[in-house]
Design a binder for this molecule. Sequence first.
Ligand code: PMP
Length: 421
Amino acid sequence: MSENGSQPARTPDKQNPARSLDAHVDRYAQRTAGMTASEIRALFAVASRPEVVSLAGGMPNLAALPLDSLAAEVSHLVAQDGQVALQYGSAHGVPQLREQICEIMALEGISAHPDDVMVTVGSQMALDMVTRIFCDPGDVVLAEGPSYVGALGSFAAYQADVVHVAMDDDGLQPEALRQAIAEVTARGGRIKFLYTIPNFHNPGGVTLAVQRRAEVLEICAQHGILVLEDNPYGLLGFDGQTYPALRSTDPDNVVYLGSFSKTFASGLRVGWVLAPHAVREKLVLAAESATLCPPTLNQMIVSRYLSTHDWKGQIKVFREQYRERRDAMLGALEQHMPEGCSWTCPDGGFYVWLTAPEGVDTKAMLPRAVTQRVAYASGTGFYRDQLGSRQMRLSYCYPTPERIREGVRRLANTLTEEMEL
Ligand code: PMP
């Protein structure tokens, strides 16, 4: 601190340039240029104030978890198997958990061998590892527009270019996929994979129609494009319906990502990747250099939970809870939103994607919304190319139905005022 209590200026330290903050900035690798703060993360601080109804974040609602019996299991685990649970493990992940993961994937038609599963620190790590092994700077990744912020962050970190493919209410449009491939190929671009979230899309809220799935796979196979299928919400369909995973139809050309974050506990950071054998080998090497191994204790907690608890019953509880919240949000949107707004109607998952009338800029409007005590995620964060300025993502997963109704009412007032400006 300087004498008057203010921070000293960040000028280079001439005696010791290595200690100057600016000098460190100059040394960053080029790839860090793509690492910018996510708009959504920046919003969390404001949105977490208690008076603000946050429709911004995608936090699962864990209130329904059986915490007492989980605490007993964790305690038992450490007492009985502590020397294993607290030790390093294999980079592939705990064998019993990998077997259980195969049983879970079978619910979506996937037939897999535990050897082809690698456990990761959430599916976010899998996204990073897959991008790390496939993408050189300038390579192209195709992704739905809009797409998941965390995936866009990984692609940017490895300096891959994202080309968005349009969606409609039935998910990714095969014709738009064909066009994007033709366009990139014509300009000599190298497409490394198609990144897709087929079920209960984040942030789109839509699901890829079953009849489109074969078409998307066929197009990718025809053009030698790998598919990266990201499926954290697949078991959260409100009517209990599951869709056939893309991986179930074309195991040799699909890398599949799964997670326990939305169906059990996001804080344990346990996800997985199922990949064709050779790809999995490379992923294990990449993962070893990143983390040595995923946390053994957390994997064993998940594994024990799966073998001692009615996890399918628990997912049903989550589904019912999220359905009630989805209904609260759709009902309130119908009741309060001004003319000219439209939105998606999700059959599962956490999100509604809202389009405001022409002229509204949702990013510019956000500070006014926060003043009116409601927050959302503005649309541009879900694109690489500044599209989405009229859109916003509304999450119904975390607030109670009453708070959701109040939040939507406040948002509708903000929008109405914005349109009158
Ligand atoms: N993919 C998608 C589509 C997501 O929505 C999320 C979490 N919001 C993730 C991956 C990452 O999930 P985790 O790392 O918690 O498994």
